[in-house]
Design a protein around this ligand. Structure first.
Ligand SMILES: NC(=O)N[C@@H](CC(=O)O)C(=O)O
Ligand SMILES: [Zn+2]
Ligand SMILES: [Zn+2]
Length: 344
């Protein structure tokens, strides 16, 4: 039995750091293990221009814990008014690594997102031309569509038409939750990839709804049936290079989670590597962990892998149940299983 595992330092290809006090509280949880992260732009107000991305990056750098060696990879929040030239300039200046598409109303702070996808065709054209990837929150918002079907319907109604119109556009389907999405990625070409979160490898919809409602497991896209969780586990541990880690670690205070209309998001930055080691060992795939966390993401984004390494050892991790922030406590995701691996 292996008792230590050394892998290239991982990256997180989908992360919410927020701003202000929350940023200062959660950033060290990520920099402890990760070298880089794609930083989501769904602040209030959202990060829509190159200038706003530069200012947000400065705030992240100012909040950096001492001694941390961490690079935030910035994104722009796509709106129907986004100027293709501003996007191209932010990319040419090395300021942004991707553009993020939120269908308007699909998730936390997505009100300024896109309703009419034809209105952003010029931005997609420019992105395809310059090789700038599009990250998608892949859910339709049509109230007629059942919330458990919104990802699969997004693929048919929105994503596949966009990819047919813009075949050179590079797309990352963020936080996939269904076998439909995993199959679509596998059937796709080298311009298509997906991130998978830690929590969607652990929970299915029963964890949220059976035996009492569990607001801390509520996130978007919402966790689906067990067959989908198993499909995600198979995809993540398969060694397929177009699946990689995007934790979607999304801090909300307990006060905002535990409400009659609570916020969506699971906070996993603290214990993600321990949980993933457990999941990959359960799947007899510890040898695939490095690909998922540290190699496949850089390969898709055309970035070098990290030079240094981290080592995990077979020691139960210790971490707090919640972290304190200036806005109140944020509960750390509870995987409801013993964890046997720690980053040392
Ligand atoms: N995943 C979530 O449930 N919430 C995210 C938004 C998102 O990634 O959709 C958040 O910003 O809180
Ligand atoms: Zn999302
Ligand atoms: Zn997210």
């Amino acid at each position: 039995m292996t008792d230590t595992l050394t892998i290239r330092r991982p990256d997180d290809w989908h992360l919410h750091l927020r701003d202000g006090d929350m940023l200062r509280a959660v950033l060290p949880q990520t920099t402890a293990h990760f070298a880089r992260a794609i930083i989501m732009p769904n602040l209030v107000p959202p990060v829509v221009t190159g200038a706003q991305a530069a200012a947000y990056r400065d705030r992240i750098m100012a909040a950096m814990p001492k001694g941390a060696d961490f690079t935030p990879l910035m994104t722009l929040y796509l709106t129907e008014d986004t100027d293709p030239e501003d996007v191209a300039k932010a990319h040419a200046d090395g300021l942004i690594t991707a553009v993020k598409l939120y269908p308007a109303g699909a998730t936390t702070n997505s009100a300024s997102g896109v309703s009419d996808f034809k209105k952003v065709a010029k931005v997609f054209e420019k992105m395809a031309e310059i090789g700038l990837p599009l990250c998608t929150h892949g859910e339709v918002t049509d109230p007629e569509i059942d919330i458990f079907d919104r990802e699969a319907v997004f693929i048919d109604r929105v994503l596949d038409p966009i990819r047919k119109t813009h075949p050179d556009l590079r797309v990352i389907m963020e936080h996939i939750t269904t076998s439909d999405a995993a199959d679509y990625v596998k059937a796709g070409n080298d311009n298509l990839a997906a991130t998978i979160t830690t929590h969607h490898l652990v929970i299915n919809r029963n964890h949220i709804l059976a035996g009492g409602i569990k607001p801390h497991y509520y996130c978007l896209p919402v966790a689906k049936r067990e067959i989908h969780r198993l499909a995600l586990r198979a995809a993540a541990t398969s060694g397929h290079s177009r699946f990689f880690l995007g934790t979607d670690s999304a801090p909300h205070t307990d006060a905002n989670k535990l409400l009659p209309c609570g916020c969506a998001g699971c906070f996993t930055a603290t214990n993600t590597m321990s949980i993933l080691a457990e999941v990959f060992e359960q799947e007899d795939a510890l040898d695939q962990l490095e690909g998922f966390t540290s190699l496949n993401g850089p390969a898709f984004y055309g970035l070098p892998v990290n030079d240094d390494t981290i080592t995990l050892s077979r020691t139960p991790p210790s971490y707090p149940e919640h972290i304190e922030t200036g806005d109140g406590p944020v509960t750390v995701f509870d995987p409801q299983m013993p964890l046997n691996w720690s980053v040392i």
